[in-house]
Design a protein around this ligand. Sequence first.
Ligand SMILES: [Zn+2]
Ligand SMILES: [Zn+2]
Length: 303
Amino acid sequence: MTLAALRTAFLLAVPVLAGCESMPALDADSTTVGDAALAQLSSGAATSSLGSLPVDDGRYTTGAPRKTWVYSCQSFPSGSGSQSLPWVSGQTWNSKEKVKVRGTVGWTRSLTIVRRGTQRTISGNGLPGHQTGTFPISPSDPAYEYDQNPNAIAPQSVSYSIPANPAVAAAPSCLNMGPIGIMLTGAQLFNAFDAQGRDAAVHELLDSCWGHPQQQGAYHYHTFSACMGDSVTGHSKLLGYALDGFGIYGPRGQDGTVLWSNDLDECHGHAHVIAWNGKRVTMYHYHFTYDFPYSLGCYRGSP
Ligand SMILES: [Zn+2]
Ligand SMILES: [Zn+2]
């Protein structure tokens, strides 16, 4: 690498990291992260909507991508047994009443994002820069009754090289299980399903930041989390990158209005002017929504 390229890489890396360190939700209210997260989750979206979201177990297609569905690379056995959950009523669930895994465990995030030529390289330890619940879930935690997640959160070796200027592909690509994106919190994003193809936000017991570890200890989200440090007005902030290189933003669109899945295309995104690599460009990007599938429905670019 030339000295000029090194300098460019360094200059590009610094603002991203500085931005992360100043995310208010990561450091403010550190002892009451749960309350702060819930308050932020509720702000901007109709409270009644968050109390009555659709349960979308098995809402996937392996054929053509479909708006408000997940285009999955795999199918799941149908008819997985479902337990009775107090926050579920018929085909809706209440995100405000869902039991959260308790705890305020702190972690040291390592995350480096460098843009070099046509590539953006992202490396880190997969640990979030915010507090998490206590995992494995303790038998004394009320969440244990519904989910006995035995996994502990552990550092990962996260390393991605994604396009810095991704292009819309000729056809969308399906989503695998496991990581579909990396968030600026340092932790990874998975798709909307648990291993049985059920709506993970409903069935998996998550902490106040809406995350939990899988078998290898990788802490991950299936949904938006207020702990990601979104802005509170206007178009949501860039909160992370999908593995096809496109940005993932919070739930608010161009005029600051909260978006729902039906407002977006089948991959859960849209195109308009955004700030990208320091320029204002018209570009495709994904949004989180409060309703299923919460983040990507498919890849619009090439993962
Ligand atoms: Zn999960
Ligand atoms: Zn947008």
